[in-house]
Design a protein around this ligand. Structure first.
Ligand SMILES: *[C@@H]1O[C@H](CO)[C@@H](O)[C@H](O)[C@H]1NC(C)=O
Ligand SMILES: *[C@@H]1O[C@H](CO)[C@@H](O)[C@H](O)[C@H]1NC(C)=O
Length: 359
């Protein structure tokens, strides 16, 4: 049974270290305030500023948006039009399903299988925006974000994303030069994050959505990118709060699926959900420990009982036990305890599965 305890402890240690390792970035995200890379409001001229813009505009003047086809629903027309009207000198590209697939097939054929294989349309809508930014550069804007002022000041940063509250970054408005290392890394890593996480919203968030991007961003920051590789952060106030902010939020959201609302809600509450996940993992871990402790106590009772039998048999039934029968009992006992070890290991393997989907 000592071996059983050892196996249990080793497996649990592995599970725990795997867990900590895989959620370390998530945990560190919780305390990341992005202040080091924030775009300070003092850097941004007011919308009608007389200040002569000195900084070169490095991001190309292209606006990218996505929708399944050319027919934009009424709720987002105004938002879409506000961006087009403010930027007559920008190229405007609407990435429909058909156009997106064609683009991936032509330019990034290695990704086509993953792209087609995504279970939820929103995953395609998420991933295509990273590809077009990495490829053409420009500014991506979700259909539910309207433009409140010209994007020009933001074109001075090689890459920017926007901060979300309480933590992390979003993928609903982003800008980049072509071939920016952050977006190259993002498209490179999409395939390895294409996993299922039991619940659709977690799958979407963590395979292609804001949580995925936040994790990539957090890890990318640790590589200490050079000035041109830096990803600057548009803070909440400059995003859509005030008259000088860049965007206005319109009702509805551009996610295509039926469960869009739910996904949207989950997206906003992922911190809460992460905490719930941890609590659940703790409960599962505790239950397994309890189960194992019970198994151990049960098996020691069995062993106690079995160990009595040979004496009983040998004294009352068999006047002189053969060597074979004496050898057999320990083997039998070993079998029993080995089987329990296997069961214990089986139980912990199940826990491993549960854990790994939980973080
Ligand atoms: C900037 O000027 C335009 C017209 O010239 C005006 O409509 C807009 O409200 C002004 N914006 C701010 C923030 O003052
Ligand atoms: C776009 O899709 C909607 C249904 O989702 C359909 O009503 C509309 O006709 C489509 N537009 C085009 C141009 O195919």
């Amino acid at each position: 049974m000592r071996r059983g305890v050892l196996i249990f402890l080793v497996v649990n240690l592995l599970v725990v270290s795997f867990l900590v390792r895989s959620v370390f970035t998530l945990l560190s995200l919780l305390v990341e305030d992005a202040s080091a890379d924030a775009i300070h409001r003092a850097e941004l001229p007011s919308p009608n500023s007389s200040l002569i813009e000195q900084r070169p505009q490095v991001i190309p003047k292209i606006i990218h948006q996505t929708y399944k086809n050319e027919t934009i629903p009424e709720v987002w027309r105004e938002a879409q039009q506000s961006c087009i009207d403010l930027h007559p000198d920008y190229e405007y590209i609407l990435w429909t399903n058909e156009k997106s697939r064609e683009f991936i097939a032509n330019e990034y054929p290695w990704f086509l299988e993953t792209f087609d294989g995504y279970k939820y349309p929103i995953q395609r809508a998420d991933s295509i925006r990273y590809f077009v930014l990495a490829h053409y550069g420009g500014t991506y804007i979700d259909l539910d974000d309207g433009c409140n002022r010209r994007l020009d000041p933001l074109l001075a940063y090689p890459a920017w994303v926007r901060r979300t509250v309480p933590t992390g970054i979003s993928n609903d408005a982003m800008g980049s030069v072509p071939q920016h290392p952050f977006f190259l890394r993002t498209i490179e890593l999409l395939q390895s994050y294409d996993r299922h996480w039991l619940l659709p919203y977690i799958t979407v968030m963590y395979s292609t959505g804001p949580l995925f991007l936040s994790v990539i961003w957090k890890e990318y920051m640790q590589t200490n990118p050079s000035e041109s590789g830096r990803v600057r952060i548009l803070m909440q106030d400059e995003y859509n709060k005030y008259s000088w902010s860049f965007f206005t939020h319109h009702v509805g959201n551009s996610w295509h699926g039926k469960d869009a609302r739910l996904i949207f809600w989950m997206g906003q509450h992922w911190l809460f959900l992460t905490v719930c996940g941890f609590l659940l993992a703790a409960v599962v871990g505790f239950s397994l420990w309890w189960l194992y402790a019970r198994l151990v106590s049960l098996s020691s009772k069995y062993r106690y009982r079995y160990s009595k039998i040979p004496a009983f048999i040998s004294s009352s039934r068999l006047s002189s036990p053969t060597r074979a029968s004496r050898r057999m009992m320990p083997t039998l006992l070993r079998r029993v305890s080995f089987k329990e070890d296997e069961e214990a290991a089986g139980v912990t393997e199940t826990s491993y599965e549960l854990y790994s989907r939980r973080d």
